[in-house]
Design a protein. Structure first.
Length: 372
């Protein structure tokens, strides 16, 4: 783990586990999960915390945690939560310097989440679309998620949003989580309530959720408007990036990705190497249908075996294993590559586009080994 930090605005808790520990379990236990924060962790009580649902709704709601757990059907979804900056270190070292925390390959977790569907709550509030009377004339509204509990590094509160159309899709599996892996949410993961947005960047999964607002525009929060965007290559520094923030859309879906967790940086003496890692699908295009590995710079690829021991949803990661025969021609310093494919036909590229904030990197998974 990264060194524990004092939880303040200036030094929020940010850490990730070694990726070799991360792949030991299909469901990520809180003890080895990554943490990404932009401010202090609030310590709240489930008996007093209230969720407010407002904006363009006919019936504004104030819901206790008890109401959320008893007045709505509970839904469970297993899905991966991935930081937009996962694998930033690889982009920084292989392509060009970027801005942001130097995340390795471990800013991801795969968990089972349980709580009411966001759709059911919005149906109770009754959306007021406004605008044209015909559905074809209406502009899509946005649903903003907010936490006003603590001041952040760049704003007085933390928030994000996604289109209402995604929120109202029953098959989008968006829920308000009260539980993680069958236990109450850990404090660092949003206790007593957080939004779960399968397939979407972790920056939008607001923790310590206290407000949901239906509105005609995106969240105005700094982290929706001035961060977590894939800026064009012309934005090479803070100054040149300024003109692009309002033009570039906020990140939503995460790209397909895979990582080689083992072996890593090792000297291997064997005629057969066992390679292990994880893979995540792109947005709602899951599940991952295949992973391939290569030890000759991508000239040839070997199919990995996907772990089928756990029931997989379209949103979760897969753990995989491959056996690579070692021939005399392989001796020396080598890079093991991995690439994943999902049900939507998405496949990892060799490298993804460089961007100033170092987000959404999904080039081939890479691990260095020495074979003797």
């Amino acid at each position: 783990m990264l060194t524990e930090q004092t939880e303040t605005v200036e030094n929020p808790l940010n850490r990730e586990p070694p990726v070799k520990e991360l792949i030991e379990s299909f469901l990520t236990p809180p003890s080895i999960s990554y943490d990404r924060n932009h401010g202090p962790i609030p310590h709240l009580s489930s008996s007093t915390h209230t969720l407010h649902v407002n904006g363009q709704v006919k019936h504004p709601l104030s819901l206790s945690m008890h109401a959320l757990s008893t007045e709505f059907a509970q839904h469970e979804v297993t899905c991966a939560l991935e930081c937009a900056g996962n694998r930033r270190h690889t982009m920084r070292t292989l392509l060009k310097e970027v801005q942001g925390i130097d995340w390795g390959d471990g800013a991801v977790m795969n968990c089972s989440w349980r709580g009411p569907r966001l759709r059911d709550i919005l149906l109770r509030a009754v959306i007021q679309h406004g605008g044209g009377r015909r559905r074809s004339e209406r502009k899509d509204l946005h649903v903003a998620f907010s936490c006003y509990q603590e001041r952040c590094q760049e704003d007085d509160w933390f928030g994000g949003s996604i289109p209402l159309s995604r929120c109202m899709r029953e098959d989008a599996d968006i829920i308000l989580a009260l539980k993680m892996n069958d236990d109450p949410l850990p404090i660092e993961h949003g206790y007593p309530l957080r939004i779960i947005l399968p397939g979407i960047a972790g920056a939008r999964w607001v923790k310590w959720l206290d407000a949901i607002t239906v509105q005609p525009h995106e969240s105005t929060n700094f982290y929706q408007q001035h961060d977590y965007k894939i800026l064009p290559p012309e934005a090479v520094d803070t100054f040149s990036a300024e003109k692009f923030w309002a033009r570039v859309p906020a990140m939503a879906e995460m790209p397909i990705n895979s990582v080689v967790a083992l072996p890593e940086g090792e000297v291997v003496v064997s005629s057969l190497i066992e390679v292990k890692g994880y893979a995540v699908p792109q947005g709602d295009s899951g599940p991952v249908t295949g992973v391939q590995v290569s030890m000759d710079e991508g000239k040839t690829w070997i199919e990995a075996r996907l772990d089928e021991s756990q029931a997989r949803s379209k949103w979760c990661w897969v753990l995989w294993t491959a056996q690579i025969p070692v021939s005399p021609s392989h001796k020396g310093h080598r890079v093991i590559l991995s690439r994943a494919t999902d049900a939507g036909g998405n496949t990892q590229p060799d490298h993804s586009q460089w961007n100033l904030r170092g987000v959404a990197y999904n080039g081939y998974g890479r691990s260095k080994v020495t074979l003797i």
